[in-house]
Design a protein around this ligand. Sequence first.
Ligand code: PRP
Length: 221
Amino acid sequence: MKNLEKDYITIALPKGKLFSLSADLLKEAGYTAEGLSEKSRKLVIANEEAKIRFIITKTSDVPTYVEHGAADIGIIGKDVLEEADKDVYEVLDLGFGKCHLMMAVHKAERRNDLIDYANTRVATKFPHIAEKFFTQQGMQMEYIKLNGSIELGPIIGLSESIVDIVETGTTLRENGLEEIVHIMDATARMIVNRGSYKMKFKRIHALIENVRAALKDKERK
Ligand code: PRP
């Protein structure tokens, strides 16, 4: 499969929480393919008639596929997009996948002020966002990159705190952790490769507008 094949629009969808919401929205906007399912073992699913191709990738890889033009379009959470810091166009806020990024500590280890955590260890999947935030607060920290189950950090003494996303708050509660500072809000975004946007402008522009209309329809319901 060649990158940026002229005839096709390739859309990268993330596995996990955003998959079905993204696939459903695109379907409502008129963009789908037979067999498009997260459970599919097929990683490229094409609609030959409509000349659309979907690729299903690990969440954190979506911005990479789009930046390199292996996908023209991607759907990804603002948190992951911000962390990846890739050179892509962010064209639409899709509104779903609402969560926020925050710093949390073990309840029993709570200190008076944020600054009291200076020079301690933070476990996170988002070291760039965390470093940017703490630097703005004038704090130097030690960052420990984890790829999942971040909440374990303070529980087993790997770190004093975590920077992670919260959706319902259940994971924090069930692990005796407490949010101490809000860092940023996030929702799902549509991103577009810069070259594709120029070369396939008509089709991509139409897709964006159709998705925008589908979002408005959903709001009305
Ligand atoms: C995310 C995040 C938290 C959890 C928050 O993890 O890292 O652990 O969701 O959601 P809640 O506030 O609704 O409990 P995810 O499920 O993506 O898995 P991970 O542990 O692999 O990061």
